[in-house]
Design a protein around this ligand. Structure first.
Ligand SMILES: Nc1ncnc2c1ncn2[C@@H]1O[C@H](COP(=O)(O)OP(=O)(O)OP(=O)(O)O)[C@@H](O)[C@H]1O
Ligand SMILES: [Mg+2]
Length: 499
């Protein structure tokens, strides 16, 4: 935003004229209402246009008596925030309000302050003002009456009307939205319901609680094969930019990722990196505390766009696996054969009923049923340590579109971690590590731990030596276990022969 002092001065005097004209027209209007006909009102307006060539547009904080802060107001406020902090904007008195969930302060124009702006060589003047709240005793008044109602008013010349209405105001809204996105704090939600006030000022039960999401992990610090990392980042990019594509092929704008692998291979870390990369919120669903399928649907509807919806350890969350279902079916069939169910089985079933009743079909519908299409730009991530346990229907492409295996630490990932943790790109122990990693399985979490200096005397040499020692120990253990297994097999074969 450019601001010009001359424009400011000229518009400023214009505003004074404008205010006088507004007063004049109010007087005229009242007179017209009392004594004259329509003809005189038109004359009054013509007279006002000669005295005051300026038009104004007012953006109110609460439009049409609604209790929700208007989007346009928030966008204009964000746009003017930049100008307010800019000395050229001419603002001398700023208003500071606490930013949600952080120590930072949001600065905005104080009451009756003005900001000059230039758009395509045309001068504009913004003014902030407030009014006391209405004095009625309705619900709105009870909730909001303490606060003044705030407005921004834009003054411009009549000849610039088309430019202002057609281009400048949409531009201000767009830029304001961009500022809001930049300043936005990302949130990590969990499905823990709380009581509180909604955006409209109504008391309600909120299905999600949140904290500010501040995980430091990014793709830059995530150790994995560079080609695989690039593939995932490209996939995320394509998704983010895919609005038109999804609309064209008639698919809801969402994508499912299945992250699977042993504990400590970076599944949760990957989710954090994805959220940081895309700048999305995270909704972490604890499935065991969702009571029914319809509750699951409700919490889904409450999620917002630009978010990652996560169900961690899906295999442990609930009885969703094909195998377990089959086992249960077989059990039921046996019971039916016996004539009646055993008391123990009945008890087990009752216990299950007391907890969550979310079923596999409930989760399938949640991922790609009709409701899943409401909103857009959502990523759904499941993580599991046992991909083979999951029902194929749950993870088929279309539901979980991309399957990503998070594996044990390879040499490439190790080199990456050594660079991050120790700042070394090469070392004489690297060869040992490379050959050992080809033989033993160690998670990136464990490698990270060995590469973390524990005291002042620790350095790259000591950390790498410790890691090599551990890898050698694991290798010896593995060889011992293999030897033991070989002996057992031999013994079993001997027994069979004897028999
Ligand atoms: N690929 C990786 N790159 C960098 N750090 C990693 C990686 N994998 C794991 N870590 C580190 O290991 C720790 C554990 O990782 P994480 O919690 O992501 O594992 P997980 O696969 O989610 O395990 P679980 O299956 O037990 O939930 C984290 O602190 C993370 O910093
Ligand atoms: Mg995890």
């Amino acid at each position: 935003m450019e601001a010009s002092a001359a424009a400011w001065a000229s518009l400023n005097s214009g505003v004074v004229l404008s205010l006088i004209a507004v007063l004049c027209s109010m007087v005229w209007k009242n007179l017209e209402g009392l004594f004259f006909g329509r003809h005189f009102n038109r004359q009054a307006r013509r007279l006002a246009a000669i005295v005051d060539p300026y038009l104004s547009v007012t953006v109110a904080e609460y439009d049409g008596g609604r209790m929700k802060q208007s989007d346009a107001y928030k966008e204009v406020q964000a746009y003017l925030q930049r100008a307010s902090c800019d000395a050229g904007g001419g603002v001398r008195h700023l208003k500071a309000e606490p930013a949600n969930g952080s120590d930072a302060l949001v600065l905005s124009m104080g009451d009756n302050e003005e900001v000059a702006d230039v758009f395509r060589g045309v001068n504009m003047l913004w003014m902030a003002y407030s009014e006391p709240p209405p004095e009625n005793r309705g619900y709105w008044s009870r909730r909001q009456s303490q606060a003044d109602r705030r407005f921004y008013r834009l003054f411009f010349l009549e000849r610039d009307r088309d430019l202002v209405l057609g281009e400048y105001l949409p531009y201000v809204r767009r830029e304001g939205r961009a500022v809001m996105v930049k300043n936005r704090q990302r949130k990590l939600f969990t499905n823990l319901s709380t009581e509180g006030m909604d955006d409209n000022g109504w008391w309600c039960t909120k299905l999600w609680s949140h904290v500010v999401f501040e995980h430091p992990k990014t793709f830059e610090t995530l150790a994995m094969k560079p080609a695989k990392k690039k593939e995932i980042m490209d996939d995320l990019d394509a998704f983010r930019k895919g609005k038109e594509y999804y609309a064209r092929v008639g698919k809801p704008w969402k994508r499912g990722y299945l992250l699977y692998g042993p504990p400590g291979t970076g599944k949760s870390t990957m989710i954090a990196a994805m959220a940081n990369y895309l700048d999305y919120d995270i909704y972490d669903i604890e499935l065991t505390s969702v009571r029914t399928n319809s509750d699951l649907r409700k919490i889904f509807i409450e999620t917002t766009n630009k978010s990652i919806i996560v169900i961690e350890d899906i295999d442990c969350s609930l009885d969703l696996t094909g195998k377990r279902k089959k086992k249960k079916k077989a059990k039921d069939a046996d019971a039916a054969k016996d004539g009646d169910k055993k008391d123990g089985d009945q008890e087990e079933e009752n216990k299950e009923k007391e907890g969550s009743k979310v079923t596999l079909s409930g989760v399938l519908n949640f991922i790609d049923g009709l409701w899943s299409a409401c909103g857009g730009e959502r990523i759904i991530v499941f993580t599991t340590n046992h991909v083979d346990k999951l029902d194929p229907a749950l993870i088929r492409r279309g539901r979980m579109d991309k399957h990503i295996e998070m594996s044990y630490c390879c040499f490439e990932a190790f080199k990456f971690l050594a660079k991050i943790y120790l700042g070394v790109g090469s070392h004489h122990l690297f060869d040992d590590v490379e050959s050992l990693l080809a033989e033993v399985e160690i998670t990136p979490a464990d490698v990270s731990e060995y590469l973390t200096p524990k005291s002042d005397s620790d350095n790259a040499d000591t950390c790498l030596a410790d890691l090599v020692k551990e890898l050698k120990r694991m290798k010896a253990e593995k060889a011992q276990a293999a030897q033991l297994r070989g002996k057992e097999v031999e013994a079993e074969a001997g027994d069979d022969e004897e028999e």
